[in-house]
Ligand binder design. Sequence first.
Ligand SMILES: *[C@@H]1O[C@H](CO)[C@@H](O)[C@H](O)[C@H]1NC(C)=O
Ligand SMILES: *[C@@H]1O[C@H](CO)[C@@H](O)[C@H](O)[C@H]1NC(C)=O
Ligand SMILES: *[C@@H]1O[C@H](CO)[C@@H](O)[C@H](O)[C@H]1NC(C)=O
Length: 164
Amino acid sequence: MKSITYQVAAILTGCLVFATASPAPLSDKCYYLPLPNIPPSAANRTVPWGEPTITFPNGTTCCSSLDQVRTQLDTIDAQLLEVLAQRAAYVAEATRFKPTESSVDVPSRDQQVLQEAVDGAPAVHLPQIIAQQVYESILNASIYFEDCIVRLFFDCYRHIGQLG
Ligand SMILES: *[C@@H]1O[C@H](CO)[C@@H](O)[C@H](O)[C@H]1NC(C)=O
Ligand SMILES: *[C@@H]1O[C@H](CO)[C@@H](O)[C@H](O)[C@H]1NC(C)=O
Ligand SMILES: *[C@@H]1O[C@H](CO)[C@@H](O)[C@H](O)[C@H]1NC(C)=O
């Protein structure tokens, strides 16, 4: 009996040592590019599975329902909208320093911004796939926006020129 207890204790200790010694949980692989090649899963779990993964500064954890998750997402989405508007304002401001329509887009600068986002994502625990896709979309859309601003300015300028 005693020896079995010791064996169990040894196995548990072994697991603990293994768990603390292993560098990162398996799911952390989903935070890096390239994403791991995982076979499809037919698992049908009883929800909610696992433990809440969010801890607020006051020490309470989240979340206890999908509604609670969505409420938090709605708040963050509203913040994202404001931050994107601020970014777009500076994109528009940048056009004041672009003398011609063809100088609007600077692909090397886009590439640098994108690479910095992807490289910096792990430090803030942002999945690199999200950093990559979102920044690519923001940069792509910003080119259209900046181009529109520049064209409208030149149209306006031409118009004023005609009047003068
Ligand atoms: C998952 O399991 C639940 C409970 O057994 C069942 O009602 C549901 O139909 C299953 N869903 C799928 C997609 O197999
Ligand atoms: C802890 O913080 C969260 C998020 O700010 C808040 O929703 C919750 O009510 C707080 N809980 C307590 C016990 O203060
Ligand atoms: C951004 O534009 C490039 C070049 O046109 C394209 O290859 C890429 O798929 C676009 N990315 C996104 C996320 O729209």
